[in-house]
Design a protein around this ligand. Structure first.
Ligand SMILES: *Cc1c(COP(=O)(O)O)cnc(C)c1O
Length: 404
């Protein structure tokens, strides 16, 4: 995103132009950014040569999945719907892992039928269920077991997953029991230990502690794991303050780990691949003057982008056209939905705005559209992808007639 003659551009296209042409609210993605993110990710971990399984839940638009597949990534899925869509995008079953605490027998059967790389189990009951289905099908099924390493990711509590009070994975003691159980089973082939401690992680220390716990657990299990799946969670710089995870340290720690454990690494990045590749373009419907602050009422709302309402997430907001007049009052950017949490930001010293101005909400590629809903009976927004000089509509705006 850059300003040229005070106009905000995305990959050479003026935001005002995009807003007028496709109407707002609209999601706009950059194919170039997706490519750059993937090449960077691969480059950082070049020495480790990992299998990169993109976490489909971050963004499951079919065209986006195809872009990602064209860079040879696999997929991490958490439901039969995501699995079907990953396959539809052309991602090879041998590059797909299935995570999640509540896979139903229907989902497990489907995954077994499709011969995906791994089903990462998260409980004893699930392992028993997988074994039962495998036995019925007379098939040997490749599984992983998700360890809960009891590691604080130091991120928002709502997106932390690796502490003992979280529902994810099994503790070390149970993990070791399940390793022994799986090894005795004729129908299970235990190939993987998986972990995922949370999301939007910007400090490498939680990862380092996690690797320590994993290392110890492997030693105690005395099992040769073919794969170690380290999950995702790498954070991005939402506040544009040059914050980033120290990838060099993380990668170095993993290199040392691999030397000791001789295994193939799997990553499941979502946000770090897709987060900063999209903006939500929105228009000011009204400026509602308040006593101490003005409400900037946008045509985008929490149903289009739920992260701020759901977990107080911050997203940068930029005007499509810069001016030098600064508002004396605080601006509160809100949507039209009937909830007080339908609020994107409260900002001081924003430039003066007027009705019909366009704004962009930045870094909405991950957990933006995938969390969108029809709350207040609002249709889901249009999604477009900039690809070089072309703009493709990759999801039409939902028609009201579909909802009514
Ligand atoms: C959500 C999730 C991911 C992706 O997390 P990001 O923070 O988007 O990288 C990876 N693995 C599992 C098991 C997940 O639940």
């Amino acid at each position: 995103m850059i300003y040229k003659k005070n106009s905000l551009l995305m990959d050479g296209f003026r935001i005002d132009f995009l807003g007028h042409k496709f109407k707002t609210p609209m999601y706009c993605y950059s194919s170039k950014k997706i490519r750059n993110n993937i090449l960077n990710f691969k480059n950082i971990f070049k020495k480790i040569n990992p299998l990169i399984c993109y976490a489909v839940k971050a963004n499951s638009n079919l065209s986006i999945l195809k872009e990602i597949k064209n860079h040879d990534l696999g997929a991490d899925v958490v439901s039969i719907g995501e699995l079907m869509k990953a396959l539809k995008a052309g991602i090879k079953p041998q590059k797909i892992v299935f995570s999640g605490v509540g896979k139903t027998s229907e989902e497990i059967e489907y995954a077994i039928n499709k011969n995906i790389l791994l089903i990462n189990a998260e409980s004893k009951s699930e392992i028993l269920q997988i074994e039962k289905i495998a036995k019925k099908r007379k098939k040997i099924v490749n599984i992983g077991i998700r360890l809960n390493p009891n590691t604080d990711a130091g991120t928002l509590s709502q997106i932390s997953t690796g502490k003992k009070e979280n529902k994810f994975g099994v503790n070390q003691k149970l993990f070791l029991e399940l390793v022994n159980f799986s090894k005795r089973s004729k129908y299970l082939k235990l190939k993987c230990l998986s972990v995922h401690i949370g999301s939007q992680i910007l400090n490498h220390m939680p990862y380092q502690r996690m690797l320590g716990v994993v290392n110890k657990t492997i030693n105690l299990s005395r099992h040769q794991f073919e794969y170690i799946d380290l999950g995702g969670g790498m954070g991005i710089d939402y506040e544009h303050k040059n914050l980033s995870l120290n990838f060099k340290k993380y990668s170095q720690n993993i290199s040392n780990f691999v030397k000791k454990n001789n295994c193939k690494i799997i990553f499941e990045p979502g946000r770090s691949i897709i987060g900063n590749t999209a903006v939500l373009i929105t228009k000011v419907i009204y400026v509602k003057e308040g006593y101490k602050k003005d409400f900037i009422i946008l045509d985008a709302a929490m149903n289009d982008l739920m992260r701020p309402a759901l977990y107080g997430a911050k997203h940068k907001i930029l005007p499509s056209r810069k001016n030098k007049r600064i508002s004396k009052k605080v601006y509160e950017f809100v949507g039209p939905v009937c909830e007080s949490t339908d609020k994107f930001a409260t900002l001081l010293k924003f430039q003066k705005l007027k009705e019909r101005d366009f704004l962009v909400i930045c870094d909405v590629g991950a957990y933006g559209t995938s969390l969108a809903s029809n709350y207040n009976l609002r249709p889901k927004p249009i999604e477009v992808l900039i690809k070089g000089k072309n703009i493709q509509i990759i999801k039409k705006r939902q028609k009201l007639s579909e909802l009514i």
